[in-house]
Design a protein. Structure first.
Length: 342
């Protein structure tokens, strides 16, 4: 059991193995109590093997849109179940891969190293017919698979045609290519042709995430209703006062994405209003300004969605701003804010 292992990992090792930045691990621990490390004689934090798996699961789920505050109170088993449930839900857009072919040296040992922490990624998947020499055995492959993973030391101009032959011979719906060195034009061509491409070095957690994406079909993004012709632009969700208060709440967070997102929402809202108020010389001007307003409104609505996700991730309530009087730039703390009696 990973929980029974002694605490022996420093935070840098946890970061490398899980793929979670050190700064994020510290925030999750300090603010949300996600981990409870031991202390060494030198007062260094020491983590267990179970913390590696837990950090990787938290990373996967927060990347999928779950708020960290809703996850930290759950057991590792519950996080694994939630990850699997989400993968099953997203798989509704198409069948998940039930077989995986490995082509190239080193892939089988990498899967073995991954299994004890990320074994759930391969649940129900049959790994078949690993080929030892990827660069010479393509035309000898006679097995079929849902997905294929190939490791190559380098990608050259002729690699694209070779990988197309691999996809055709295996019948794989999804092919992942792991490489060490390549020409940019070849990598770009592979991505355009539908291949999933990753460059070495790749951490165990990064490899597991990539494999999960390869085996589970992704739900195609749905265009926001506001971007569709004739659709109504959603009303503004957050006022400037709410956004100012939100920025004040997240001002202590090292990452400045929340502040920048809030500023972009305000700028787009202002331009949306400006387009409505702009003077029209004729009907063509009116049509142009209407279109500009719709585009700005659509972009604003999309960024509001992103801001909502950021707020959930940071555990900050965006709508808390409207529970008090509107904020103004020259506001001073009220007496009750200072702790005095009314």
């Amino acid at each position: 059991m990973l929980d029974d292992q002694p605490a022996q990992y420093r935070i840098g090792a946890i970061s490398r193995l899980s793929g979670v930045p050190i700064s994020t691990l510290r925030v999750w621990e300090r603010r949300y109590g996600a981990f409870a490390p031991d202390k060494s004689a030198g007062r260094h934090r020491l983590y267990r093997g179970a913390d590696v798996e837990r950090a990787a699961l938290l990373r996967t789920l927060t990347d999928l849109g779950y708020g960290i505050g809703t996850l930290v109170g759950q057991s590792t088993a519950a996080l694994q179940a939630l990850t699997q449930h989400d993968a099953t839900r997203r798989g509704a857009s198409g069948p998940a891969a039930r077989s995986l072919m490995l082509v190239g040296s080193g892939l089988r040992s990498r899967l073995a190293a991954m299994r004890h922490r990320f074994g759930h990624v391969l649940e129900g998947v049959t790994v078949i017919k690993a080929q030892p020499r990827s660069d010479t055995a393509i035309d000898q492959i006679d097995a079929q698979s849902d997905a294929c993973l190939i490791a190559l030391p380098s990608l050259q101009g002729e690699s694209l045609e070779m990988l197309r032959r691999l996809r055709e011979r295996t019948g794989a719906r999804r092919v992942g290519v792991l490489y060490a060195f390549a020409q940019d034009r070849v990598v770009t061509a592979l991505k355009r042709d539908g291949f999933s491409v990753q460059r070495e070095p790749l951490s165990i957690a990064g490899f597991a995430d990539w494999l999960r994406e390869l085996l589970q079909p992704q739900t195609p993004p749905v265009a926001p209703a506001a971007s569709l012709p004739g659709a109504a632009v959603p009303a503004r969700r957050y006022s400037d006062e709410m956004l100012h208060r939100f920025v004040a709440q997240v001002d202590t967070i090292r990452c400045e994405c929340p502040r920048h997102l809030a500023e972009l929402v305000m700028l787009l809202s202002n331009f949306e209003q400006y387009s409505q108020d702009c003077m029209n010389r004729d009907d063509r001007d009116a049509q142009l300004h209407t279109q500009l307003g719709r585009v700005a409104g659509s972009a604003r609505a999309m960024l509001e969605d992103a801001l909502t996700r950021v707020a959930e991730h940071e555990g900050v309530e965006l709508d808390a701003a409207d529970r008090t009087r509107p904020w103004a730039p020259n506001d001073q703390p009220r007496e009750e804010d200072e702790g005095s009696q009314p």
